[in-house]
Design a protein around this ligand. Structure first.
Ligand SMILES: Cc1cc2nc3c(=O)[nH]c(=O)nc-3n(C[C@H](O)[C@H](O)[C@H](O)COP(=O)(O)OP(=O)(O)OC[C@H]3O[C@@H](n4cnc5c(N)ncnc54)[C@H](O)[C@@H]3O)c2cc1C
Length: 296
């Protein structure tokens, strides 16, 4: 069986990995210059910062085994179960969050190792030369490939919110003990994470994620959201220094959860994090569920 997987995010890579392990011939095509999609780490001043997913949570047994494999090889590290909640500034204990010393994208790179991945290759139509085509991406992106009716319907049923991420590099750490924080009821700020703490190198770098409302206002010129997010973080944590600010726009950042594990129409399949709670684990499971269905 020849399969083309379109999208080298975590869903596409877990699908391709499972298909390859099951004996299929798989080609992965990715429009970006690197794998990972929203599991993204970008280099600023020679150091990677996580600009997409902030961390992993693993409560599915199979994904937990995948995370354990990454941990055993030094690729993933247990970060924290405690994040601060604003307003109020109280610490709140929740699930264990996992991070990656080399940045979360390194986990996608590990899955991609040994696969046939064609980078910088954007598809504008479904490939004809495959027994199956797996669209592993947000529904609105899948619609650009004119998929068959059931895929188009599933994609159209998805609802997405944008996020702008701001990487804030300070001269020195001046925020004391902070892993990360959820910021509720704030007009511009949704989360702040200590990237030096989660990566484990202690770098004075915070990553802020905007509210969907701020992102929607600044989608055409995301850099204009940078100073707004930096000011909001400075005020929240009572910081004196001005950071260097770099921003990244995620037009399709967070979907509303749906129930099915994937969508299918003939030889075309759609998977990703819209099929469940919008998390890395969901994307990984969705891609693998498509692979299993194809292999049987
Ligand atoms: C700001 C932000 C914060 C987040 N925080 C967390 C978190 O803390 N914890 C968590 O678990 N999850 C988090 N998430 C969600 C998590 O990142 C996603 O659930 C997961 O990475 C989605 O993977 P995916 O493979 O489904 O999609 P994507 O990662 O979006 O992959 C889709 C891929 O398809 C490619 N593609 C699209 N169209 C084409 C085309 N025509 N041709 C070729 N390639 C194409 C894209 O370039 C992309 O690489 C966050 C996401 C964002 C944006």
């Amino acid at each position: 069986m020849d399969v083309v997987v379109v999208g080298a995010g975590i869903a596409g890579l877990s699908c391709a990995r499972a298909l390859t392990d099951g004996g299929a011939r798989v080609r992965v095509v990715e429009r970006g210059r690197v794998v990972g999609g929203r599991l993204a780490s970008k280099r600023f001043n020679g150091r990677y910062a996580d600009i997409g997913a902030a961390y992993l949570v693993a409560d599915d047994p199979d994904f937990s085994a995948q995370v354990a494999s990454w941990e055993s090889r030094g690729l993933a590290r247990l970060w924290t179960d405690t994040l601060r909640v604003f307003p109020g500034g109280e610490d709140s204990t929740g699930p264990v969050r996992w991070a990656a010393p080399a940045g979360l994208r390194s986990l996608a790179a590990d899955l991609a190792d040994g696969l046939d991945v064609r980078l910088s290759t954007r598809l504008d139509a479904l490939p004809e030369d495959a027994d199956a085509v797996v669209l592993a991406m947000p529904g609105p992106q899948a619609l650009r490939l004119s998929p068959p009716p059931a895929i188009a319907a599933a994609a159209n049923a998805q609802s997405w919110q944008p996020v702008i991420a701001a990487v804030l590099t300070y001269p020195a750490r001046e925020w004391g003990e902070l892993h990360g924080a959820f910021v509720n009821d704030h007009p511009v700020l949704a989360t702040v994470c200590d990237d030096g703490d989660r990566r484990g190198d202690g770098a004075p770098v915070l990553v802020a994620h905007s509210t969907a409302a701020l992102a929607a206002q600044h989608l055409d010129s995301p850099e204009t959201a940078g100073p707004i997010l930096a000011a909001a973080v400075g005020e929240l944590l009572s910081l004196r220094s001005e950071p260097e600010v770099n921003v990244h726009r995620w037009t399709y950042a967070q979907p509303e959860p749906t129930d099915a594990p994937y969508a299918a129409d003939g030889r075309v399949w759609l998977c990703g994090d819209a099929f469940g709670r919008p998390r890395v684990q969901t994307a990984w499971l969705s891609g693998r569920a498509v692979a299993r269905a194809l292999l049987t």
